[in-house]
Design a protein around this ligand. Structure first.
Ligand SMILES: [Mg+2]
Ligand SMILES: [Zn+2]
Length: 228
């Protein structure tokens, strides 16, 4: 535990082992429920590269409204984000925490409170010595998701993940997340390397945004409830 902050009147606490994450103080995990794991850049907010200030943070269209629907349907909301910019010395953990407190408050105000924000500050080729390492949390590794499942008592098989890169989908697959949805916004482009790797990590569904993902997940749930 390193420091605390505020998210709409609720305290966020920073933990750094076994993975880095911000959790609400006083959270009380109930019985094992489903979650939606949200990649951050390109899913929650417009990916402008190394976003670490509120003035550069723009929510994707309809993202908060979609998350409110998911929360209302009983999904815990968990952000899982690679933040190699920290290992590269572009910004610090304290910048990430400050932005996350602001972001968490926006989610809470929208009726979609986050259960946790998991982040990987590492990169194998970083410039900050203590963060330049292979780790078990940087997606496509499943460490952040697996730690969240323990922290928050999540049922991964009934959970879903939304990401915009093959490494998101691969992390979800390796962790045993039931549904892995690949966001392909109009005009988004991944590197040729990412696209080649994607051939071996097939998403369950390609969606155009969080509203689309929510429609898909709620329709599936309705179908499961009607099934004999
Ligand atoms: Mg992304
Ligand atoms: Zn890591």
């Amino acid at each position: 535990m390193v420091s605390g902050g505020r998210a709409d009147g609720q305290s966020l606490i920073l933990y750094s082992a076994p993975v880095h994450r911000l959790l609400l103080r006083g959270r009380n995990p109930g019985s094992a429920g489903p979650a939606v794991f949200l990649d951050r850049d390109g899913v929650v907010n417009v990916d402008r590269g190394h976003v670490h200030r509120t003035q550069d943070f723009e929510f994707m269209p309809a993202a908060l409204a979609a998350c409110r629907q998911l929360a209302g349907a009983g999904f815990a909301l968990v952000v899982v984000t690679n933040q190699a910019g920290i290992a590269r010395g572009r910004y610090g953990i304290e910048d990430f925490v400050r932005l996350s407190e602001w972001m968490a408050a926006r989610f809470a105000q929208a009726g979609a409170p986050l259960s946790g924000i998991y982040f990987c500050p590492h990169h194998p080729c970083g410039s900050v010595a203590e963060l330049s390492a292979r780790c078990s949390c940087r997606k496509p590794e499943p460490g952040m998701i697996l730690t969240a499942a323990e922290d928050l008592r999540l049922d991964l098989a009934r959970s879903a993940l939304v990401g915009d890169k093959w490494s998101d989908i691969a992390a979800g697959r390796r962790a045993g997340v039931g549904r892995c949805l690949l966001l392909r916004a109009p005009g988004s482009a991944e590197s040729a390397q990412d696209l080649a790797a994607a051939d071996t990590v097939v998403a369950d569904q390609v969606i155009t945004g969080l509203a689309d993902a929510t429609g898909y997940l709620l329709a599936r749930r309705a179908g499961e409830m009607q099934a004999p």
